[in-house]
Design a protein around this ligand. Structure first.
Ligand code: CAO
Length: 424
């Protein structure tokens, strides 16, 4: 039995943030029913397409293990079906723009009237305040949540990161909120609202930078390379390049082949307890006792020189050779892996973190499986649904509609045209 078996989710999500959340719940065994607009469905089905007329990887990689029903919720019959689903589901998850759910007539009061046990989980760009009505995408959240101003190099512009901390990050936060509300409901018998703002989610992931903002009031941030370079700090946390965000200084260093391979680099951390081993490996044994290098505070103003010397050593090894040598001494380090290397990584395949999925119109593709491993409830990745693939099944099995009722709904246009089939 899967951990969330028996939990039914009305998935009213689209694009990335909400679908990330409901995909996780589906992997844990929840029955996730994705409601999509007839004809187009989730807009990502057609975005960034690599194969004509086939659901994009953007969509397929975010919507595994779900069922799809097409429903025009602005059609009276469609609304009726939607309300039927609200009565039978445990959780409604949505990430529409602010006000959309209310405009559909689905206010919190109406939902509670239909199903007092229902949990309503929402993602918006911002929480209540000046920007509460704004539509938001990933990079807006990264910028407003403190990530962009603290990412990049000091002498360059703010940078967004490829990690989707605004979308997928907030989806993860929401999933935790939902299971927490489900747990709470076992005691209270009542549903509640779960709200996650993308700005808040990003800020939560940038918490160490708010830490540094406050440390600035008490002096320079000595672990930032700009300290050793003698460059004064301003009144806000600066961009720190590849400096480590923790108390153990670290940098990205070149490895053999860096001139031609953009990923021939290693992240190297000069953790204090292994300093002596580092000195031996790089051929500077006298640094173990030299007052300028022997202690962490003495090293802080000299980080550029120290990492420059370590880099002279890493440039003589490829990143995997360097890893093998450094790991023998427990020196924390990590290769810069390209997506190609990750896609081919045997361990990630073996654990199901990278999985090959077969899709009726696309064929085989790679996806990221569930990164959260439960020993008693392993996740199996099932291909994403075709648009409206389960419309009939849901009307019949979940809502218990008769053939006559189904024909009536179909005739009203509420469910749109028949689903696209594999052969078409
Ligand atoms: N049947 C009929 N109408 C439907 C429907 C259905 N099945 N599903 C959606 N709609 C309608 C909605 O009712 C809404 O109509 P109105 O504006 O007339 O009320 C409309 O579709 C569009 O909804 P939207 O405003 O949410 O969509 P958008 O493409 O304009 O905006 C986005 C997209 C992401 C910017 C916005 O939804 C948003 O800000 N969401 C919250 C933040 C968020 O999650 N951002 C992350 C996006 S990437 O993961």
């Amino acid at each position: 039995m899967k951990a969330l078996e028996g939990v039914r989710i009305l998935d009213f999500t689209h694009v990335q943030s909400g679908p990330t959340c409901t995909q996780l719940l589906a992997w844990f065994g929840a029955d996730v029913i994705k409601v999509e607009r007839p004809g187009t469905g989730d807009i990502t089905r057609g975005q960034l397409r690599d194969i004509p007329n086939v659901d994009s990887l953007y969509f397929t990689m975010l919507n595994h293990n779900k069922r799809s029903i097409t429903l025009d919720t602005k059609n009276p019959k469609g609304k009726e079906v939607l309300e039927g689903l609200i009565r039978t589901c445990d959780v409604l998850v949505e990430n529409f723009a602010p006000g959309v759910l209310d405009r559909m007539g689905l206010t919190w009061a109406r939902i509670q009237e239909l199903n007092p046990k229902m949990i309503v989980a929402s993602i918006k760009g911002f929480g209540p305040g000046d920007y509460e009505d704004c539509k938001v995408y990933e990079n807006v959240a990264q910028c407003a949540g403190g990530s962009a101003s603290t990412t990049g190099f000091r002498d360059g512009p703010p940078l967004v990161t490829g990690a989707q901390i605004g979308d997928s990050g907030t989806g993860l936060h929401l999933a935790l909120g939902i299971v927490t509300a489900l747990f709470h409901r076992t005691k209270t018998g009542r549903g509640q609202r779960v709200n996650c703002a993308m700005q808040d989610g990003v800020l939560n992931l940038c918490r160490v930078k708010l830490r540094d903002q406050q440390r600035l009031a008490h002096g320079p941030l000595k672990e930032y390379s700009q300290f050793g370079e003698g460059i004064p700090f301003g009144d806000a946390v600066p961009r720190a390049g590849n400096d480590s965000g923790g108390g153990q200084p670290g940098r990205i260093l070149k490895c053999k082949g860096w001139e031609t391979d953009p990923n021939a680099y290693i992240y190297f951390i000069t953790q204090a307890p292994v300093w002596e081993a580092i000195c031996d490996v790089i051929g500077e044994p006298e640094w173990k006792t030299h007052p300028d290098y022997a202690t962490p505070p003495a090293r802080l103003p000299r980080l550029n020189e120290i990492f420059g010397r370590i880099e002279q050593w890493t440039m003589t090894k490829d990143k995997f050779e360097a890893m093998d040598i450094l790991n023998k001494y427990d020196i924390p380090c990590g290769p810069i892996l390209s997506m190609k290397e990750i896609a081919e990584d045997k361990s990630l395949r073996a654990t199901g973190t990278v999985v090959e999925v077969d899709h009726p119109t696309r064929g085989k593709y790679l996806s990221v499986g569930n990164p959260i491993k439960l020993s008693d409830s392993p996740s199996e990745v099932v291909r994403s649904p075709l648009l409206g693939e389960h419309t009939d099944e849901i009307l019949r099995e979940v809502l218990k509609y008769t053939e006559e009722q189904i024909s009536e709904i179909e005739a009203s246009g509420a469910t749109g045209a028949a689903p696209r089939m594999a052969a078409e």
